[in-house]
Design a binder for this molecule. Structure first.
Ligand SMILES: Nc1ncnc2c1ncn2[C@@H]1O[C@H](COP(=O)(O)OP(=O)(O)OP(=O)(O)O)[C@@H](O)[C@H]1O
Length: 294
């Protein structure tokens, strides 16, 4: 058995196709995530990314297969797994600060009110929000501010696994960039394991240790695991100067533009694990190794 922190084993999702038959989104997916890793999943619309995320969160059950996290099978939602969705998922009737204290108090029922409040404020301040917005309701905040509250809330409960489903999708490019930087800063100070969906290749390279690439559905699969061989700390302006940046970016663009289609419906290696791709022009040139060793 795999000793990885998070292990997805034989995951299959089928749905009724609406005409009496069945549609297989993905079949027998196997992949792992290590503790403290930031993993991004990229793939075209409909390949099953949100389905995988919902299964990891314990919000949906796979047709077949299991997810093991920290030695235990995931069987329902838990405060061990924090989720940030594109639509913020804040409670609209609560103020900014109460949206966070509510979660912190649920996580730490033995803490005093003062402890809960101090912890919540600290996390809101970490994402660049100050006292002036603490008592505003979500509807009185900008989209960027709401997303910061969601991120602060997710980090404030220190979940073992943070699941981010296109968290910046609804934001303009400038705000998105600022919040990406905030997220990197907050994440760097923790040992947080993160699994994130995005459609933005540059965002994926900036944030990830590893990018999982999915082929198109139906019968999608996680075909590759691309290592981001760019040292941290990273920032948006300097990262593009790194010799590996465009080599990695071109590989991702080529996969999403051509190979995700060509590989659609094909089967991978016998154990259905993604192939590891390591591109490093600073060393011995572009290298591609055959398989992930887990
Ligand atoms: N409850 C459901 N019943 C039937 N089919 C579903 C259901 N949920 C998802 N699907 C189908 O499963 C496939 C995968 O959906 P999913 O939302 O996971 O894809 P995705 O990769 O996250 O797409 P996007 O990038 O557009 O969000 C799609 O074809 C979708 O229509």
């Amino acid at each position: 058995m795999s000793k990885s922190y998070l292990s997805v084993e034989g995951l299959t999702q089928r749905y009724a196709d609406g005409s009496g038959g069945e549609m297989t989104v993905f079949e027998g997916a196997n992949f792992t995530v290590e503790k403290g890793e930031f993993v991004v999943i990229l793939g075209h619309s409909g390949c099953g990314k949100s389905t995988i995320m919902n299964i990891l969160a314990g919000l949906a059950q796979a047709t077949e297969g299991v997810v093991i996290m920290d030695g235990k099978e995931v069987s329902g939602p838990s405060l061990d797994r924090g989720v940030v969705f594109q639509n913020y998922s804040l409670l609209p009737w609560l103020s900014t600060i109460k949206n966070v204290t509510f979660a912190v108090a649920a996580r730490h029922p033995d803490w005093s009110r003062e402890q809960v409040l101090a912890h919540s404020k600290k996390h809101l301040e970490m994402v660049g929000l100050n006292e002036s917005v603490f008592h505003r309701k979500p509807s009185q905040l900008s989209g960027g501010m709401r997303q910061r509250v969601s991120i602060a809330r997710a980090f404030s409960i220190s979940p073992k696994l943070l699941l981010l489903d296109e968290p910046f999708g609804a934001l303009d490019a400038l705000t998105r960039g600022t919040i990406q930087d905030e997220l990197l800063k907050v994440w760097a100070g923790t040992e947080q394991t993160v699994f994130m969906i995005t459609h933005d290749i540059d965002e994926a390279i900036l944030l990830a240790d590893r990018i999982l690439l999915m082929t198109n559905g139906p019968f999608a699969r996680v075909a590759e695991s691309v290592e981001i061989t760019i040292p941290r700390p990273r920032n948006r302006t300097e990262i593009v100067e790194h010799p590996n940046y465009y080599a990695i970016r071109n590989h991702l663009v080529q996969f999403l533009g051509v190979r995700s289609k060509e590989l659609a419906g094909t089967t991978g290696s016998e154990d259905n694990r993604p192939e590891t791709v390591r591109i490093d022009l600073t060393k011995a040139g572009k290298t591609k190794t055959a398989k992930i060793a887990v």
